[in-house]
Design a protein around this ligand. Structure first.
Ligand code: ZN
Length: 456
């Protein structure tokens, strides 16, 4: 077994084809006899192709998520080694690394089937898989990425294969046919059910997800339908009323769901109630689809019948479908309070991936505080145009009595917005607008007080 000391003379590999995997690369042992790593050097531009290839492993189909990341800025190191990183990412198989139960305790990955008639006893999601690798974008050669494969086998801590068609623990009725639903898909399905999306649509999306593991046939589809229906029933029957006193009930819930809470402020004399919820799956989606893209803050998304306002943060996947990535339950919109939860959320994402950055935040509410967004996400704030125009229209109709004038103002507002997008000075356009409609005092008062400060 040959072990080399440095990565300096490793060849740069660039396997043909759209995607490739670990088996298409030759691996070199780097280090010393006591401690060495399997590494390969590839072009940084092809990291995504490698990750896709690893996900499409026939024996262990899975996904990999970023478990941890770090970053250095260029020029920050005076002395550096050949394998120092500019960007560092630890990717972990989504059937691992741990299996969390209620309260955040780690459950052992079950190695045998429990003696029960309930098929759900076979754990279907997190399996304690230890397969993971590191991708380092090299500090002194940023066009290259060093892959360090720490554990290529999809096994749990006790060394047993823990998911995929070769997993011998997959026993029980129809087990060969029922694929494990990896954590990512399970959480996606649960989130959709929680949001009240119709079962038919949830099922469609669920089947789309599991088809990657098992292809499509009638049996698989009917089992998937049962699974989604059962999840729906469990969620419907579950109650969050853990105590007769609401505040005590919330405290209990928070205690049991620590892992999915990014901010919690109990009601007190000085502070209002704030609860920020984000599951692991949502965190991963926020990292994946929010990076160099848009986040929308929606103050009315989904459920309207709640006593407390619900604010939802959304990202858009590759097909422009909105995915909820965090929920905030609170009545306060005061700047210091908004800053608190927003900072906690931003820190949570950056703790996993320090390179994460959002290009813009889209808001739909004129009353929203935009300073915290600008300060924390350091990006422009955009307005959801159709929502805004709808609220303009409502106010024009309420505040101007003449239909002709209503129509004219609405048209001009539209033109003004587009001219701002074309790079014109918003204040010149708004000044013209207020001169032309100087007699419409009620509307102008509303507009100046509510909207003009937001254009700055
Ligand atoms: Zn795995």
């Amino acid at each position: 077994m040959e072990i080399v000391e440095s990565i300096l003379n490793l060849p740069v590999q660039d396997p043909p084809g759209e995607d490739f995997s670990a088996s298409d690369l030759s691996w070199t042992k780097v280090g010393n006899v006591e401690r060495y790593d399997d590494v390969a050097l590839i072009l940084y531009d092809r990291v995504d192709a490698f990750i896709i290839g690893e996900c499409c492993n026939v024996e262990f189909p899975t996904r990999f998520h970023i478990e941890r990341g770090r970053k250095r800025s260029r020029g920050s190191l005076k002395d550096y080694k050949h394998d120092d990183y500019l960007e560092y990412r630890l990717y972990w198989c989504s059937f691992g690394p741990e299996n969390y139960g209620e309260g955040g305790d780690i459950l052992p990955s079950r190695r045998y089937r429990l003696n029960t008639r309930n098929r759900a006893a076979r754990p279907q999601s997190m399996r304690g898989c230890t397969c993971h690798f590191i991708v380092k974008r090299l500090y002194n050669r940023p066009s290259l990425a060093l892959i360090i494969y720490n554990n290529r086998r999809h096994v749990n801590k006790s060394g047993s294969l823990c998911h995929g068609p070769l997993d011998r623990d997959a026993i029980g009725p129809g087990a060969k046919k029922i694929p494990y639903v990896c954590n990512e898909i399970q959480q996606q399905t649960m989130s959709m059910i929680y949001l009240g999306i119709p079962e038919k649509n949830v099922l469609e999306k669920h089947i789309e997800g599991i088809q990657r593991y098992c292809g499509s046939d009638a049996k698989v589809n009917s089992l998937a339908a049962q699974y989604v229906h059962k999840l729906g029933m469990i969620i419907k029957r579950s109650t969050h009323e853990l105590d007769l006193d609401d505040q005590a009930s919330i405290r209990l819930w928070v205690e049991r769901n620590k892992k999915s809470i990014f901010f919690y402020q109990d009601t007190s004399e000085h502070d209002p109630f704030i609860l920020g919820i984000q599951t692991d799956w949502q965190l991963q989606q926020m990292i994946r689809f929010g990076h160099r893209s848009l986040i929308a803050v929606d103050s009315t998304f989904g459920i309207k019948k709640l006593k407390y306002p619900l604010c939802t943060l959304l990202v858009f996947d590759s097909r422009q479908h909105a995915l909820p990535v965090a929920w905030v339950v609170t009545r306060t919109i005061a700047k210091p309070d908004v800053s608190k939860w927003m900072k906690a959320l931003h820190d949570r994402v950056r703790a996993v991936d320090p390179t994460w950055k959002v290009n813009g935040v889209l808001i739909d509410d004129a009353a929203a505080e935009i300073d915290p967004i600008r300060e924390i996400f350091s990006c422009p704030v955009l307005f959801s145009l159709w929502r805004i125009r709808r609220s303009w229209l409502r106010n024009i109709i309420k505040k101007c009595s003449n239909v002709e004038v209503q129509r004219e103002i609405f048209k001009r507002l539209g033109e003004t917005v587009y001219s701002i997008w074309d790079g014109s000075d918003p204040f010149v356009a708004l000044e013209e607008l207020s001169q032309d409609f100087v007699d419409q005092t009620a509307f102008l008062q509303y507009f100046k007080a509510t909207w003009v400060p937001k254009f700055g």
